[in-house]
Ligand binder design. Structure first.
Ligand SMILES: C[S@@+](CC[C@H](N)C(=O)[O-])C[C@H]1O[C@@H](n2cnc3c(N)ncnc32)[C@H](O)[C@@H]1O
Length: 464
């Protein structure tokens, strides 16, 4: 069955949706498909920035909207309904990413004048230049120093490979002349607009759901979604009462700004799940370098991450990794080997426990050194960023870059402050230490100092 079979110069028999207002077409098309969407309305804030609002009071537990199976795209459906996907399956070509199946379907339907999916495709955002994949050199420069820049560069490479591999493997893909730009545009739209729902006990399904994909993210989102077997469709449900006129949000997930930025093109200052990624590496001049490298089976660097809260495994793991790089006494190293005898694989962040106060001091100094260098690598300072964020002239997409890198810098700064505090604490006598602790803001550090540093110090001073 060839793709051209779908086309033809005459209009298909079924209803067409050709109001100049694409949102009207979408609504009509959904209603004709028996979607239940009367409790919501679309608000266009600006081109490409739409949101949904409640048209009436919605009680907790009620469905906010319902989209039947016929009006959304599922992975299973697009595997069947798209020619290129069928070819891919026929020749047993596995795409690098399953989202490619959706992309191919959207590319196909986008070409068809009378596609059933036209009302949906017509309201997909036209401009995706706010996504980092599309940044130019000037925009990339704003990400300088941020670990997110590496992820962006890598994502571009991955997308390019996906496109080239597909072009190479499926000749129909070439035949239709789909450009790389078309491909990544739909790739990005698929990432940023898909829902994963539980279909059966174990089965999950990825969906593109018209209208539901107009709902924006908020940490305090108050909707949940799912698939109803009885109604055979996708629903959004109110987790709490919703007032008439209220803007609707759901929580896209507990992700970091970096994740949101890469997949959705936005970042937020209030995201509690932020992170700063950093590599911690062995130093080649380390006199125990050979011993360490044999223990780590050739690993020299470890990807670590720091979050805003230091009462978190990531802080302990980063610290332990730095501690491993800082061990300089053979005795300490041998003790470490004993510590890990029971583990098949040694991982510094898990296995390098506290040895001596001296080592702790070196560790906090080294971690601080790494963080100060990282902070210095950014293109702008925290103060620059705060000023630009408050400047009404700053374009919206740029604000997201600023928020992303600002939060990364704030995390670094907080962790530097903690290193400073720890260094101070370590240098105090135990009496002073107790006094100082009264003024501690960081509950977790107090806990850490209490449980780890004080006993060590008391022991060192013969007081234990
Ligand atoms: C599923 S869509 C939501 C509807 C979207 N606003 C629209 O007009 O099509 C996801 C996209 O909405 C935007 N978005 C969602 N939540 C956001 C937020 N909290 N802040 C900024 N942009 C957001 C981002 O552009 C994201 O890629």
């Amino acid at each position: 069955q060839d793709d051209s079979e779908y086309e033809g110069n005459s209009k298909p028999k079924r209803q067409t949706y050709d109001d100049p207002d694409p949102y009207k077409n979408l609504i009509e098309w959904l209603k004709d498909g028996k979607a239940e969407i009367s409790k919501v309305q679309i608000e266009v804030q600006s081109e490409g920035h739409r949101t949904l609002r409640a048209t009436q009071f919605i009680r907790q537990g009620e469905w906010v909207l319902f989209i039947p199976r016929t009006q959304y795209l599922s992975l299973e459906e697009v595997k069947k309904s798209c020619l290129i996907n069928r070819k891919m399956i026929q020749i047993n070509y596995k795409p690098n990413n399953i989202q490619t199946y959706f992309v191919n379907h959207l590319l196909q339907e986008n070409r068809r004048k009378y596609s059933f999916w036209k009302p949906y495709i017509d309201v997909l955002p036209k401009d995706v230049s706010g996504f980092p994949t599309y940044f130019d050199a000037e925009q990339d420069a704003l990400l300088k120093g941020s670990p997110t820049l590496f992820t962006v560069i890598n994502q571009r490479k991955v997308f390019k490979e996906e496109y080239e591999n597909l072009k190479e493997a499926v000749k129909e893909f070439q035949k239709y002349g789909y450009t790389y730009d078309d491909f990544i545009k739909f790739r990005i739209l698929t990432i940023s607009r898909s829902f994963t729902v539980q279909i059966g006990e174990k089965e999950q399904q990825q969906l593109l759901v018209p209208l539901a994909d107009f709902i924006n993210h908020d940490n305090n989102g108050f909707l949940k979604y799912g698939y109803s077997k009885d109604a055979d469709g996708f629903f959004m449900q109110a987790v709490r009462n919703i007032q008439k006129g209220e803007e609707l949000f759901y929580n896209y997930g507990q992700w970091s700004n970096k994740y949101f930025f890469m997949n959705y093109g936005f970042a937020s200052l209030t995201n509690p799940m932020n992170q700063f990624d950093l590599d911690i590496c062995l130093n080649k001049n380390d006199r125990l370098f050979n011993l360490k490298i044999s223990l780590t089976k050739g690993n020299m660097c470890w990807g670590n991450r720091l979050v805003n809260e230091t009462d978190h495994d990531t802080f302990r793991q980063s610290l332990a990794t730095v501690r491993f790089t800082q061990i300089s006494k053979l005795d300490d190293f041998l003790q470490l080997e004993e510590d890990v005898q029971n583990f098949k694989q040694f991982w510094p962040g898990w296995h390098t426990t506290i040895k001596t106060i001296e080592l702790e001091k070196a560790t906090f100094k080294a971690l601080k050194g790494i963080l100060v260098t990282e902070l210095g690598n950014f293109a702008s300072t925290i103060e620059d960023d705060e000023r630009r964020l408050n400047d009404p002239q700053t374009p919206e997409f740029r604000k997201h870059i600023i928020m992303l890198t600002l939060r990364e810098k704030q995390i670094i700064k907080k962790n530097i402050d903690i290193c400073d505090l720890m260094l101070q604490v370590i240098d105090k006598s135990s009496e002073e230490l107790k006094n100082l602790m009264k003024y501690y803001h960081y509950r977790e550090i107090t806990k850490y100092v209490n449980s780890q540093i004080i006993p060590l110090k008391l022991e060192q001073e013969g007081l234990a």
